[in-house]
Write a protein that binds this ligand. Structure first.
Ligand code: ADP
Ligand code: SF4
Ligand code: MG
Length: 357
């Protein structure tokens, strides 16, 4: 099972691309057990994001558009992967869904209501159902708390556990993430990065959420540890029917883990694929450029990585028309005038480009 090793190598190759005249080739890999079940058909929609916009007011009172009219949906028990270069708005999108940032406009429909309208106790209760796993879980842990208290704190806060039940519950949660029950009396600093990430997942699981947002949750881990965490996430999804919003800069890993993939560029979703694989079916010029800019396992002789060139426009000054125009080889006059809407190319495949057919 070499995919995560390959993903890591792809990332390294992406990073060093500018100074590497020749690229190394890897053998095609076996399918990883963290791959999603391709036979899975879209089930019930569990979360629907409608025209979500988030603007930040930054220095000098200027408006920075981090998410621009984003519409998406996630299915129960499936993974919606979100990719795009750094700064394209992935974290802002999920943080706005979670109301860590107040939305500027739009709706997030969950259980039949717009959760962006929730306030006070209703908002607090809703937070039980959508949990987040961070890139650095230890930053969210109080280093003076033992593992069992970290794990059970959310349940105690919601009045769902008695003090006398802490030890048993902590052991149960640790078992879910394949950590020994004895870890309950440890402190997080005595655990490895992978073990702390398992702890973060167990804490997120404690409230039995329907949705878990993983924002670069595996990105800081060594590749072998990342592999195990991804396998754990897939197993938990199959057992508990959890929906993941999975953000990761590794396109290969997102493509493998996700049932649907959304590609973001400058705060916009420019492609959404519900069926098939992004690496094969991705059609938007930005998606194609992203795919060509990374190493892939089936390189043909003479084929090279083509780095994405050109600067991303400032989110403080979004261009009229297509957000990708300044970097697109296919750009024509209409692209500078009219912003392309996300439209359905084939069933379950949406692209925002005037020319992709
Ligand atoms: N709290 C904030 N205040 C102002 N600007 C922000 C804030 N958070 C993110 N941004 C800006 O929003 C844009 C999207 O950022 P982010 O969502 O973190 O992107 P990504 O997660 O894709 O790397 C960036 O231009 C970033 O600088
Ligand atoms: S709309 Fe025009 S600029 Fe935008 S991606 Fe398509 S061809 Fe390129
Ligand atoms: Mg981010």
């Amino acid at each position: 099972m070499n995919i995560l090793r390959n993903c890591w190598l792809r990332f390294l190759l992406w990073e060093v691309n500018a100074i590497m005249p020749e690229k190394v080739s890897l053998q095609p890999h076996e399918r990883c057990t963290c791959a999603h079940d391709e036979a899975a058909v879209p089930s019930e929609i569990v979360l629907e994001v409608k025209n979500l916009t988030k603007k930040f007011t930054v220095d000098g009172g200027k408006m920075l558009t981090a998410c621009d009219n984003v519409s998406l949906h996630a299915y129960r028990g499936q993974t919606l992967g979100i990719i795009g270069e750094s700064g394209c708005g992935k974290s802002t999108l999920v943080r706005t869904i979670l109301q860590i940032h107040p939305a500027t406009a739009g709706e997030v429909i969950f259980e039949g209501q717009d959760i962006l309208m929730l306030k006070g106790e209703a908002l607090r209760q809703n937070r039980r159902k959508i949990q987040m796993v961070f890139q650095d879980p230890s930053a969210a842990f109080n280093p003076k708390m033992r593992v069992k208290d970290i794990l059970c704190e959310p349940l105690l806060n919601f009045g769902l556990l008695k003090n006398s039940e802490i030890d048993a519950k902590a052991a149960e949660l640790l078992q879910m993430v394949e950590l020994p029950a004895e870890f309950k009396d440890r402190y997080p600093h005595s655990m490895s990065g992978g073990q702390r990430q398992r702890l973060g997942i167990a804490r997120a699981l404690s409230l039995e959420p329907q949705i878990i947002v993983c924002d670069e949750a595996t990105s800081a881990l060594d590749v072998s540890v990342q592999e195990k965490i991804c396998e754990l996430l897939v197993r938990l999804q199959k057992e508990k029917g959890i929906t993941y919003l999975f953000i990761c800069h590794d396109i290969g890993l997102v493509d493998l883990m996700s049932h649907q993939v959304a590609v973001m560029y400058l705060g916009n979703v420019v492609e959404l694929l519900e069926q098939g694989r992004l690496s094969v079916d991705g059609a938007h010029p930005y998606t194609r450029a992203l795919i060509k800019s990374i190493f892939k396992v089936d390189f043909k002789p003479g084929e090279k990585i083509q780095p994405l060139e050109g600067d991303i426009p400032s989110p403080l000054d979004l261009p009229q028309g297509c957000p990708f125009q300044s970097r697109c080889d296919l750009c024509q006059a209409v692209c500078r005038e009219v912003k392309p809407e996300l439209r359905e190319l084939h069933e379950g495949h949406f692209v925002a480009c005037h020319f992709v057919k």
